[in-house]
Design a protein. Structure first.
Length: 372
């Protein structure tokens, strides 16, 4: 059995930031488990070529997960972005917006609106943050493609059993575990021995996972033709399939529009992807004109069909942000040994990228205090 001091379960932004914080304090006695074959979790950016962002021009990468943050509200995340040397830019909202109220009726053009304070995006998408954090973490500490299946609280240590895609298993003995995955997934996919207290298990199962019921459609164009007619790219629709649409263009790159799909997750689950994409293109044509029907590329990400994000209950939820959870499990034998650091454990921003940063920082600090 392998032995190490700290285990991090989840290689999304919270798990990566926890590893980043540990190494910045000279702590290398840890291992990070990520079930996917990529890092980032719900932060997913795609390249124009249709592959997951990596080697592409950062100006031509587009977010299919979270896209925005708000520097004035979320200074901790903004400071990290600056420290990592990442470039941010203000979300484009210049121009009129379009509202579609009734099927068959002509969409209405109306004065645009902006948020205050302004929302910003990262050049290269949220994958730029993932890449920058990963570049500051020892890759030998990351166990990709390994899902944690079992946690056993022994008297002297915690035993972790993980499984790879080919079914091979490995075990680790650790002192502390940082939980950087959505609580619902942890409650469903990991066998806790002995079981978690019923109240904790029920609370985790009832905590919504942000992004889990959602689907996003994105269309890429050679130019932002909507700007030429004074439109911002923003739209609202009671007709659908998209209920909310925004400009997803980046400075220096291709133009793009993306929308949140309002069709319930249970219905999408039985719809062919090609049918849904055709419906989205037709809606863009209704809202923005015939040029919108000829994207150079299009992407669809249905998070409800991602088993490493969504559970069955998420298909029934409305996708609201969760209420913050207590970071620790106080009941023996788990007391002081499990610490939640995923975004859903954030006191201020549960479900947001800023929440992942906040929860990871608080969790690492709490763990180190318990060890001192």
């Amino acid at each position: 059995m392998n032995q190490i001091r700290i285990a991090i379960i989840g290689g999304g932004i919270s798990g990566l930031y926890a590893a980043y914080l540990l190494e910045s304090q000279g702590i290398y006695d840890y291992v990070l488990f990520e079930a996917r074959e990529r890092l980032g979790g719900r932060a997913l950016s795609v390249a124009l070529e249709g592959t997951v962002a990596g080697l592409s021009d950062p100006s031509d990468r587009f977010d299919l997960g979270p896209s925005w943050f708000w520097p004035d509200f979320q200074p901790q995340l903004d400071s990290l972005v600056a420290d990592l040397g990442l470039e941010r830019f203000v979300q484009n909202v210049q121009g009129d917006s379009v509202i579609e109220r009734i099927a068959g009726a002509r969409p209405v053009r109306t004065q645009g609106y902006s948020t205050s304070p302004s929302s910003v995006r990262l050049l290269g998408g949220m994958a730029a943050l993932v890449d920058a954090l990963a570049a500051n973490v020892n890759p030998d500490k990351v166990r990709m493609g390994r899902a944690v299946r079992r946690l056993h609280a022994c008297e002297q240590h915690l035993e972790i059993e993980s499984e790879s895609g080919d079914g091979s298993r490995e075990s680790w003995a650790v002192e502390h575990i940082l939980l950087a995955a959505p609580p619902r997934l942890l409650a469903q996919d990991i066998d806790f021995l002995p079981g978690l207290p019923p109240s904790i298990a029920q609370l985790w199962r009832s905590t919504p996972t942000w992004m889990a019921p959602h689907a996003k459609y994105l269309a890429v164009f050679d130019s932002a033709f909507w700007n030429k007619t004074g439109l911002s790219g923003q739209a609202r629709s009671a007709v659908g399939p998209m209920v909310e649409i925004h400009d997803a263009s980046s400075p220096g790159g291709h133009a793009a529009l993306f929308g949140f799909i309002g069709i319930p997750a249970q219905t999408r689950n039985v719809m062919p992807q090609e049918q849904l994409q055709t419906m989205c293109r037709a809606q863009l044509v209704r809202l923005f004109g015939p040029e919108a029907g000829k994207p150079v590329a299009e992407f669809l990400k249905d998070w409800a069909q991602d088993p490493l994000t969504s559970v069955a209950q998420d298909l029934l939820d409305g996708g609201q942000h969760s209420v913050s959870l207590e970071a620790t499990v106080d009941s023996s034998p788990w007391a002081g040994r499990l610490i939640g650091i995923g975004s859903e454990w954030s006191p201020q921003f549960p479900g947001y990228i800023a929440g992942a940063i906040e929860a990871a920082a608080l969790g690492v600090r709490l763990m180190l205090q318990k060890q001192s």
